[in-house]
Design a protein around this ligand. Sequence first.
Ligand code: ADP
Length: 328
Amino acid sequence: MSESLISKIGVLTSGGDSPGMNAAIRAVVRTANHYNIECYGIREGYNGLIHDDFTRMGPRSVKNIITEGGTILKSARSLEFKTTEGRKKAYENLVKRGIDALVCIGGDGTFRGAKIFSEEYGIRVIGIPGTIDNDIFGTDNTIGYDTALNTAMDAIDKIRDTATSHNRVFFVEVMGRDAGFIALNSGIATGALDILIPEKKDSIEELFATFEKAEKAGKSSSIVVVAEGEQLGSIYDLAKATKNGFPDYDIRVVVLGHIQRGGSPSCADRVLASQLGYGAVIGLMEGQTKVMAGMQSNKLVYTPIEEAIKKHNEIDKNLLTISEILAI
Ligand code: ADP
């Protein structure tokens, strides 16, 4: 490899945390070490940049963290970084330490901040997609999505046991913000009767027709998986409407919530985080900036942050058809 353009980098985790962020930090720190680049961890996302909360990281600083959920650097939502004064302070702290480039691990908000910062001060930035929502364009999967999906699947499997024992209908809400990836895939994997996601226009009439079809087919218990961003209504509204339409049903609502953000990362997430952490440092060494490292069809690719923010990964609508056919 030709001589690197950078000699000191900073790494931070920002926005919503996701399992596998630690594995990404580890990969950044160890790749930097391998190529003789000094590496600093910045605590609590952009807040640490502003408040000068840096820590020098070497290969031993990241020992035994590949198995850990969350992020050892902690994450934060920094309102101050959204102001020009905040970003000025952040830049001064980077200059003071002679840091040439930043690796920002997070979601689209984190990338938006990185892009603005880079445009204002010319600092090199590279993004690593870390979010359970899988809503970032430029990578097949984001770090944390696979773990969250499996957590949702395990939880819904357990709910099914009790649903079957009592002939109940369960509405289960899963995370994903405006994206339905977790809902669609966990719904298929657990044999949900119906899956409601924001990418598809749903109606109460269709939902009721599905219940009627299930009844005719002799189904005595059912699970409906609802994405948190579903447009038809909140999970409570949907359960209430169903109770009105089917007064005999014994209906329960479960919101899985933050358990989906935690836990030891899956093998797929650890491998992805290792590839992207490595890829981010290599990208910076090769002169990339304002891009996001991603994996597409098993290849490391760099997508302009601008595109990663603006475009969205499409869900596979065919999976909805498959789910409809297989659920009854
Ligand atoms: P995520 O990265 O998970 O989407 P957020 O949307 O909360 O999470 O963004 C993380 C952080 O990125 C914010 O708290 C803020 O510090 C920074 N950020 C987001 N948008 C901007 C912006 N337009 N300008 C500057 N900083 C931003």
